[in-house]
Design a binder for this molecule. Structure first.
Ligand code: PLP
Ligand code: SF4
Length: 415
């Protein structure tokens, strides 16, 4: 997503962030003040604690809550990281050795969620480089999902009959160490230029079978509101495009990005689906809750795509707690992805069995709403393939022997 300028530039707001002219000539809608919206009930809200402030404790709220500030103050260098946490020798070596391959970038908000003393903290594992990234296996693939091969024009992956992936940027507020698009994300030279976006829009307009557009990257919320407004407006002007989805991790890594002005803009383009990427209950803070509340109150339908990561969430109890939290945030768990074969993420990969065990522990044991689909995105462009625990014990003609979540067998005979 789930995957800005230039991560190397200290604190610069990128051209993308700053840029993009309003093209429809409409007057800017008045901001809706969220204080005017009904407040969530206290016993729901009380389950979500504001994220800690760490070394930024003295920063005024107005700055902390300003996503431009969060973007500018990102932790991108080892010296900055050393101020936030006790960096281990291994992390220090990894930060230096991975720099050329995949930048480090962590918003103050997300960095403050890390345990400064514990290198196995799930937030830390997702955002601080480790030596495992340098361990490239023979089975690792440069383009594990063959996204480039199924690319009719640069910027579009068209694999399934009626929907496409549309890459709009290669920037993200936080560079996830497990990113499947490491080959491009964080690399300023591979960013989608205006011309590429035009060509992608032209492709979608020409292909009348496309009814669903997954707007991805990088993270499309790295674009300015005006630029996104323009792209969404152009998509809405294509008669055969029924829905689109914004694939964004900003709810997790930079929830301040979801402003009242932003969601007001989205309301002009409904139906808007948002697919986000929470991986651990620690990410479900009051700030994330507020971002989800604004999107849901604006009428967006939000889904979550978790990536199964060793040491982060390969534990049914963690996933259950995460999914319960997400439902309170009006986010529906949508997919759990098996970690793919991208280079430099082998240390995160679990056996496929781990995903099956998680679904087994959820289905029937808790709300069906909290049970996502576990999928393996097959190498070489096979697409997402669901993998389920086996509930069919045997099947012969009209006679099905099934087992339920508690392991009891039942027979169903087709009339
Ligand atoms: C994941 C993906 C989609 C969307 O798939 P859904 O199952 O509809 O969520 C579309 N195109 C590509 C190339 C994808 O990888
Ligand atoms: S770095 Fe993270 S947010 Fe950005 S595309 Fe990769 S997984 Fe998604």
């Amino acid at each position: 997503m789930a995957n800005l300028p230039v991560m190397g530039d200290v604190g610069g707001v990128t051209e993308e962030l700053a840029g993009g002219g309003r093209t429809n000539g409409e007057a800017k809608a008045p901001a809706v003040r969220h204080e005017d919206a009904p407040r969530p009930v206290a016993n729901v809200l009380s389950r979500f604690k504001p994220g800690p402030r760490s070394i930024w404790a003295g920063v005024p709220d107005a700055l902390w809550n300003d996503w431009h500030w969060q973007q500018r103050e990102r932790v991108i260098r080892l010296e900055q990281l050393e101020r936030v946490l006790r960096v281990t020798p291994e992390e220090r070596e990894a930060a230096v050795k991975t720099e050329a391959e995949f930048h480090m970038g962590i918003t103050p908000y997300y960095a403050a969620l890390m345990d400064p003393e514990d290198p196995t903290c799930p937030i830390r594992l997702q955002s601080v480089p480790t030596m495992g990234e340098l361990n490239i296996l023979a089975s690792d693939l440069e383009d594990p999902l063959a996204e480039e091969r199924d690319m009719p024009v640069p910027g579009i992956t068209h694999r399934y009959p009626d929907r496409v992936l549309f890459y709009t940027t290669h920037n993200c507020p936080v560079y996830c160490r497990h990113c499947t698009r490491k080959r491009k994300v964080s690399d300023p030279t591979s960013a989608a230029a205006k011309r590429q976006i035009e060509e992608s829009l032209a492709y979608i307009a020409q292909h009348t079978e496309i009814r669903d557009v997954v707007i991805s990257g990088g993270d499309p919320l790295s674009l300015s509101d005006d630029r996104l407004d323009h792209i969404l407006g152009r998509l809405r002007a294509i008669p055969h495009v029924e829905i689109f989805r914004l694939g964004t991790r900003n709810l997790v890594t930079l929830p301040q990005r979801v402003t009242d002005d932003f969601v007001y803009m989205l309301r002009r383009h409904h139906p808007v689906y948002v697919n986000t990427h929470f991986n651990h209950p620690k990410e479900c803070t009051a700030e994330a809750f507020e971002a989800a509340r604004r999107l849901a109150d604006a009428g967006c339908v939000i889904g979550n795509q978790m990536v199964l990561l060793k040491g982060v969430n390969d534990d049914p109890a963690v996933v259950k707690e995460l999914n319960h939290k997400l439902l309170l945030m009006r986010i529906r768990p949508y997919y759990i992805y098996q970690c793919d074969l991208a280079r430099g993420i082998s240390h995160f990969r679990t056996p496929v069995e781990a995903g099956i065990r998680i679904i087994e522990a959820l289905r029937g044991h808790t709300s069906g709403l909290a049970v996502p689909q576990f999928v393996v995105d097959a190498p070489n462009g096979g697409g997402k393939i669901p993998v389920n625990p086996e509930y069919v014990v045997s099947h012969e003609g009209k006679r099905w022997v099934l087992r339920n979540f508690a392991g009891k067998q039942f027979e169903y005979v087709e009339p």
